[in-house]
Structures are given as structure tokens and as C-alpha cells.
Design a protein around this ligand. Structure first.
Ligand code: UT7
Length: 331
């Protein structure tokens, strides 16, 4: 019997500060009606305070996950953190989280795949379980987007927020867990969505700071077009490959970038809105955080054996879909 990696718990965390559309109206030339109709977002969470990085989000999510699943941190073999807003360029944010939660027997690393980061990390983590190398792997998706958002740019600051979540992966011989993954990259997309300075190509200088080059640059409408096509295509493709009809799918778990992209994906899959996880109105786009945040919000509605299609598109470009069978009934 093939060993599979099944999610045995999920937990998430968002900071308490709520940045609503009304407050954004006082910061840039925008309005609630435009933001709501173009994106579906009403509010997002912001991590405030000195020395508060993405590891705070990851640590809170993992602490809650360990408590909820009754897991001793010393039993964790591996922690993978998907993020584009690490606490520092190095060491990895996953290392800081591992230390904070007392996962002293674990090794850890970060994955940089922007909005598709959680799917990449989930697929990688699953394979360590499937090979038998590890018994308990934690996969985190978390971002503090407010640290790289230009609050003078109305085209990006209305979209992003801070938050994230984590799942525990364990082996099973039941027909549950991660069944398939289709992951893609197109590096030519870097021109349309990136952070210009602060990396090895253009290290930080006074000039890069003055020119506001340490913020997200996004050519929104181009990214939108690629996102709609690719997220819908890959979701339809993974259903086809696994002989799934719309009736077989219990939930679409889409990256929360823009409600219009989510609607297009669901339409292409032939899935009605009642089967689409949606919380973009509360948290905006938390990059690697959106999918675990959805699983956490909808956990009480998930049943053992439910077919879930997780789908994402983001910077890179990166995109993909994961087909999984949910591992447990509501507790
Ligand atoms: O998460 C990973 C990847 N990211 C995405 O998937 C995001 C993809 N892109 C999008 O979601 C959308 O492109 C945005 C939400 C960023 C923008 O929506 P859009 O419908 O593509 O708007 P647009 O950029 O085509 O701009 C339409 C108009 C422009 O005005 P004009 O030139 O028609 O007069 C913009 O200047 O809307 C204007 N505009 C705004 N107006 C009020 C742009 N941002 C705003 C704003 N408030 N915040």
C-alpha cells in the first residue's frame, strides 16, 4: 500500500490590527466601492510593533497547531516555511520558528515561491513523508506583506495584508492526503511582479530607499490576465488528470488574490460558489498565507475523505494546483 502524507491538523494566526477600506481612503486616492468591486476585499490585518517579523505569524500558527494536535515539538522532523517576507534574508524564518516552538530535533528551511509558496512547500513536505524519511512535517505559509507594501501606491496597498497558517503532515496508508500536485514556473513573469532592490542584484543604498525600490512592484492588469488563465487551466487540468468531475470536488481552496480571479477559476471547473472557500474580504492577499488561512477558517465544515483542489498563482510567475483528500472529520 502506498504511503501518503495526510494533513492531520491546521492552525492559523492573523495580527489583531484591522486596516479597513475606510482607513485606506485616508491614505491614498481610493474608495471602498472601487476596492470591493474590483477585488472583493473589505479589510486586512497588519502586524504592528518593533521587531515583529513573519516568524511571529509562523510561531503563533505552529504553537496553536502543536497544542491542537497534542504534538510534542521534539517529535517534529522538518519545518518548511513558504514566505517572501522572511524576518531576514538569512537565516531562514523556518529556523526562527523552529527555535521559538522548541522543535529541537527538527531541521528547517524556507521556500520562496510567492503566492504559490504554500503549494510548493506542501508538495515538498509530502514527499518526505511518502518516502518514509519523516513522520511529522510542518508546512507554514506566512507573510508580513505590510513590510514590503508602498502605502503611497493605491494599486498595491489595497490588496495585501499580513497573516498565515500551518499544517501538520503525517503518514497514512488510508486513501487520504496529498494525491497529486501540478506545479509551474515562468521566470519571464519577474518583469511584472517583483521587489526591485534589496537583493544581490541591487543591494540597498540611500538611493534605492529614496526611490522606494524596496516595495512590491506589480503591473496589475498583466498579472491579472496571467492569473485568470493559469489558475483556471491548472485547476481544470488536475481534475481531468484525476478523473474528477465538479460533483466529486467538495471544495476549491483558491489563493485569495482577487475575487474575480477566484470566480473565473470556479467557473472553469464548473463549481458553484457554495463550494469555494473565500475569506478575501477579511484578510486581503496574504501571499503564502491565504490557503492555510482558508483551511483554518473552513476546518469545521470539512469531512474525512472530502476532495479538495488547492490552487494558486503568483509572483515568479509561479502557479499550481494540489489535489488532496481531507484527513479528518470536524472535532
Ligand atoms: O497574488 C499574486 C498575484 N497578484 C494578483 O493576482 C493580482 C492581480 N491583479 C489584480 O488583482 C488587479 O489587476 C488589481 C486589483 C491590482 C487592479 O484592478 P484592475 O481592474 O486590473 O484595475 P487597473 O489596474 O486596470 O486600473 C483600472 C483603473 C485605472 O484608472 P484609469 O486608468 O482607468 O483611469 C487605475 O488608475 O482603476 C484605477 N485604480 C484605482 N482606482 C481607485 C487603480 N487602483 C485603484 C484604487 N482605487 N485603489
Amino acid at each position: 500500500m502506498k504511503k501518503r502524507a495526510v494533513i492531520t491538523g491546521v492552525h492559523a494566526w492573523v495580527p489583531p490590527y484591522v486596516l479597513g477600506n475606510k482607513e485606506l481612503e485616508t491614505m491614498v486616492d481610493t474608495n471602498d466601492e472601487w476596492i470591493t468591486s474590483r477585488t472583493g476585499i473589505k479589510e486586512r490585518r497588519i502586524l504592528k510593533g518593533e521587531n515583529q517579523g513573519t516568524s511571529v505569524i509562523g510561531t503563533e500558527a505552529v504553537k496553536g497547531l502543536l497544542e491542537k494536535t497534542g504534538t510534542d515539538p521534539a517529535e517534529i522532523d522538518l519545518i518548511i516555511c513558504a514566505t517572501v517576507t522572511p524576518d531576514m534574508l538569512f537565516p531562514a524564518t523556518a529556523n526562527i520558528v523552529a527555535h521559538n516552538v522548541g522543535a529541537k530535533n527538527s531541521y528547517s528551511f524556507d521556500i520562496s515561491a510567492a503566492c504559490s509558496g504554500f503549494l510548493y512547500a506542501l508538495s515538498i513536505g509530502s514527499q518526505f513523508i511518502e518516502t518514509g524519511a519523516h513522520k511529522k512535517v510542518i508546512v507554514i505559509g506566512a507573510d508580513k506583506m505590510s513590510s514590503i507594501v508602498n502605502y503611497q501606491d493605491r494599486t498595491t496597498c489595497i490588496i495585501f495584508g499580513d497573516g498565515g497558517g500551518a499544517v501538520l503532515l503525517e503518514p497514512t496508508e488510508e486513501p487520504l492526503g496529498v494525491m497529486d500536485a501540478l506545479l509551474h514556473t515562468d521566470g519571464s513573469g519577474a518583469d511584472f511582479l517583483h521587489m526591485r532592490a534589496g537583493g544581490s542584484r541591487k543591494p540597498a543604498t540611500l538611493e534605492t530607499v529614496t526611490n522606494r525600490e524596496h516595495y512590491v512592484f506589480q503591473e496589475g492588469s498583466t498579472v491579472f490576465k496571467f492569473a485568470v488563465t493559469n489558475m483556471a487551466d491548472v485547476s481544470a487540468k488536475i481534475m481531468q488528470k484525476n478523473n474528477l468531475t465538479a460533483d466529486d470536488v467538495a471544495w476549491l481552496v483558491p489563493h485569495q488574490a482577487n475575487k474575480r480571479i477566484i470566480d473565473a477559476t470556479a467557473n472553469r471547473m464548473g463549481i458553484g460558489p457554495e463550494k469555494v472557500m473565500l475569506n478575501i474580504e477579511k484578510y486581503g492577499n496574504t501571499t503564502a498565507g491565504t490557503i492555510p488561512l482558508c483551511l483554518w477558517d473552513y476546518e469545521s465544515q470539512l469531512n474525512k475523505g472530502d476532495n479538495l483542489i488547492l490552487a494558486a498563482f503568483g509572483g515568479g510567475f509561479t502557479w499550481g494546483a494540489v489535489y488532496l483528500k481531507w484527513g479528518y472529520d470536524p472535532k
